[in-house]
Design a protein around this ligand. Structure first.
Ligand code: CAA
Length: 293
């Protein structure tokens, strides 16, 4: 089995940055690439802050944080960045847009030959569809395309959902499971159906919480409190929607509606309305709750 030593991550946002951090802490030589200097600089600053906090909290020795930092490099140029050279796996964590992902995988398939694994952190786009874009650019590349779905915040969340596309080779799946475990995560398999398992189950629940609010079943604090105290969730569904981003939640519901061919998965009108108003949750300071206070 070809061993993964160097990890490339495309996309230096919250997900890509988190994946790169966890890989570097786990001992992998890691490069994270984005299209702009500003995105890369923000990611670098977040890594410095989170590693310093881990030392402060006694979760990590200073020497280990320094070693992790020294294993992290940053590159500008997205999928074309020179810095990605030598990667044994490239994990894509760019915007959740099928056309953008197809372009990234087309570049990656031409640039990286077997046995380099081409993984995507997509939360809902079909792995088979992404694989097809790769194999269009380089015949057979779809055998190396796989879903490696991390959860936010990546350093804290235990799960990696591993999703095979129609053409994904068994050896690739085994290597990805081994990598996720080496990163300290638990890998669990799901099939390539809209939303996989995580969002197939989570998002309709969040959507239903918006319906409950819209229909006056309870106030937001009560909806969240009931689910936190009654079901032992760390965050209520409305708080979690703000945390994930209301635009992301609405987008995933639309993907479920298309992929499962059922209107019952469409975003709740209240969710759509808040997205239209620009109330996207934590990232804009306001969603269901006000985060500016
Ligand atoms: N990055 C790194 N570490 C973070 C962090 C971040 N963004 N946010 C919190 N943490 C760490 C904190 O440092 C803290 O660790 P220490 O005590 O050692 O410092 C630990 O997490 C707990 O944080 P807090 O004490 O601040 O707060 P908390 O106990 O309420 O936990 C939480 C915060 C871990 C986010 C918790 O509320 C939780 O688990 N929420 C649910 C998160 C969830 O469901 N995520 C999945 C979203 S869905 C998804 O990602 C997939 C998709 O496709 C949409």
């Amino acid at each position: 089995m070809h061993e993964v030593k160097r990890v490339g991550v495309i996309g230096a946002g919250q997900m890509g940055g988190g994946i790169a951090q966890v890989a570097a802490v786990a001992g992998f030589d890691t490069v994270v690439s984005d299209t702009t200097d500003a995105a890369v600089e923000r990611c670098k600053a977040t890594h410095a802050k989170l590693l310093a906090r881990a030392v402060e909290k006694g979760r990590m020795e200073q020497a280990d944080a320094d070693a992790a930092s020294s294993r992290l490099t940053y590159a500008v140029g997205g999928a074309e960045a020179d810095g990605l050279s030598g990667a044994d796996i490239v994990i894509e964590a760019v915007v959740e847009d099928a056309a953008v992902k197809a372009k990234v995988f087309s570049t990656l398939a031409k640039r990286f030959a077997d046995p380099v694994i081409l993984a995507t952190n997509t939360s809902s786009i079909s792995i088979t569809e992404i694989g097809a874009a790769a194999s269009k650019a380089a015949a057979g590349a779809d055998a190396r395309v796989i879903g490696m779905h991390f959860f936010y915040p990546v350093p804290v969340m235990q799960l990696v959902e591993v999703i095979n596309g129609l053409a994904t080779e068994e050896e690739v799946t085994k290597r990805v499971i081994a990598l996720a475990e080496a990163m300290g995560k638990t890998a669990l398999p799901a099939n390539d159906r809209a939303g996989f398992v995580s969002n197939r189950v989570l998002m309709p629940m969040i959507n239903e919480a918006f319906y409950a609010l819209m229909e006056g079943v309870a106030e937001p604090e009560a909806i969240d409190g009931i689910m936190k105290l009654g079901c032992n969730f760390p965050m209520g569904p409305l708080r979690l929607a703000d945390f994930i981003g209301l635009d992301t939640c609405a987008h995933i519901m639309d993907v479920l509606a298309e992929g499962l061919n059922s209107e019952r998965y469409r975003p709740c009108p209240l969710l759509r309305q808040l997205v239209t108003a620009g109330r996207l949750g934590d990232k804009t300071g306001r969603g269901i709750f006000d985060h500016q206070k």
